[in-house]
Design a protein around this ligand. Structure first.
Ligand code: PMP
Ligand code: GLU
Length: 399
């Protein structure tokens, strides 16, 4: 149904397909179906107890008023210390802006930097919301396809070719959603060398999966001094501390960009939830032990799912090195059918697996790759084993 009174802006915006699939899966479950939801990417762990306690204390201590727009001083200090401690980066508190989730941090940054007609390079597969946020800013998206042989990571040659005098911004995530790929220090350095030749290009480095990486020390563009005056690091507590519902993200950025993002959210949302901010101070300042344990659980599940999936004939997949997603290529089922249900593309296959196998995944089209599906393995071993059994049977029934 078309409602003509809405702005062109909202009418041209696509619905978030990660959120859309999870909604569909909940609707199917509400009819009584036993659906296993591997669509929405969020840790299945409850927020650690000491963080929940800090939130309760904040309520009792009366943190119920508007917080400062860019975040409480103690949280910005905790984030500044986190950058120093974990990344060896100097970001003073006035270079930090706390927002309502990393998603808002990304939106703020894009809206503050991109003018209509500016080009924004986004390695493909990309996380769903990058493209739509750039569209909101009337930027021109320039998807840059990585190759499966290179775990979908782009090369310096690819990057060099994509940059034009109109390029304003580069947006990427490592560890990557949806591929789980992680750029090594050398790979980042090679890209940084290209950026050094093009001083007009800003870099938004989405490091929200920093703590869910199986390759050792997290590598960030931040380590390359020459890029620091045009680098915006986005991070948050959602994934590493199992705090998706608390809605706290942040940036570390040049002072002027931080001030712009402060101004932007001062008009749109004001500061992020005061209670969640106080909980985040505890998350960042206290023990990291639960984060390490969750990472190890994700690593174990990654191995479990990878070993089961690679036994499915026709499934093409790489071993992810971080985040909690598998991104298999599933085009060998295109053109097949089960009864009257024909699978022509990834979206059809996704709907088939939802309706016939009761497993909810996300079509690769959401991430710019119509030959793949995304599976989030951030759930229990039992559910994962059952889900893959169902996927295997569902696929086998396509002939
Ligand atoms: N970036 C990426 C790559 C993500 O996967 C997510 C998770 N939705 C976000 C940003 C947004 O995180 P948040 O929940 O903090 O808004
Ligand atoms: N990051 C998650 C995902 O990609 C959460 C959903 C969203 O915010 O889009 O599934």
């Amino acid at each position: 149904m078309d409602y003509p009174f809405l702005s062109r802006r909202i009418r041209s915006l696509a619905e978030s397909q990660t959120i859309g699939m999870s909604k569909r899966s909940r609707e199917l479950a509400a009819t009584g179906a036993d659906v296993i939801d591997l669509s929405l990417g969020e840790p299945d762990f409850v927020t650690p107890a000491h963080i929940r306690e800090a939130a309760k204390k904040a309520i009792d201590e009366g943190y119920t008023f508007y917080p400062p727009i860019a975040g409480f001083a103690d949280l910005r200090e905790a984030i500044s210390n986190k950058f120093k401690r974990e990344n060896q980066l100097d970001y003073a508190p006035d270079q930090v802006v706390v927002s309502t989730g990393a998603k808002q941090s990304i939106a703020n940054t894009v809206l503050c930097l991109v003018n209509p007609g500016d080009e924004v390079i986004i390695p493909l597969p990309y996380w769903v919301s990058y493209l739509e946020i750039v569209k909101l800013a009337e930027g021109i998206t320039v998807p840059l396809k990585g190759k499966l042989e290179n775990k979908y990571k782009i090369t310096p040659e690819d990057l060099e070719k994509a940059i034009t005098p109109k390029t304003k911004l580069f947006i990427f995530s490592s560890p990557c959603n949806p591929t789980g790929s992680v750029y090594s220090r050398d790979e980042l350095k090679a890209l940084a060398d290209v950026f050094e030749k093009h001083p007009q290009v800003f870099i938004l480095s989405d490091e929200i999966y920093e703590h869910i990486s199986f390759t050792g020390k997290h590598q960030s563009f931040g380590q390359f001094e020459a890029l620091r005056d045009r680098l915006i690091i986005v991070n948050g507590v959602s994934k590493g501390y199992a705090m998706t519902g608390w809605r706290i993200g942040y940036i570390g950025a040049p002072k002027e960009i931080a001030a712009a993002c402060d101004k932007m959210q001062g008009q749109i949302t004001s500061g992020a939830s005061s209670i969640s901010q106080k909980a985040s101070v505890a998350a960042l300042n206290m023990t990291n032990e639960p984060t390490v344990q969750m990472r190890e659980a994700f690593r174990r599940r990654r191995d479990l799912v990878y070993n089961l999936m690679k036994e499915i004939p026709g499934m093409v997949l790489h071993l992810p090195e971080g985040a909690f997603y598998m991104f298999p290529k599933i085009n060998s089922w295109f053109g097949k059918a089960n009864g009257t249900f024909r699978v022509e593309n990834a979206t059809d296959l996704c709907m088939y697996l939802l309706n016939f196998s009761h497993v909810s995944l996300v079509t690769g089209e959401a991430f710019g790759d119509p030959e793949c599906l995304r599976l989030s393995y951030a759930t229990s071993d039992d559910k994962l084993v059952e889900a893959i059994k169902r996927i295997k049977n569902g696929l086998a029934a396509l002939t």
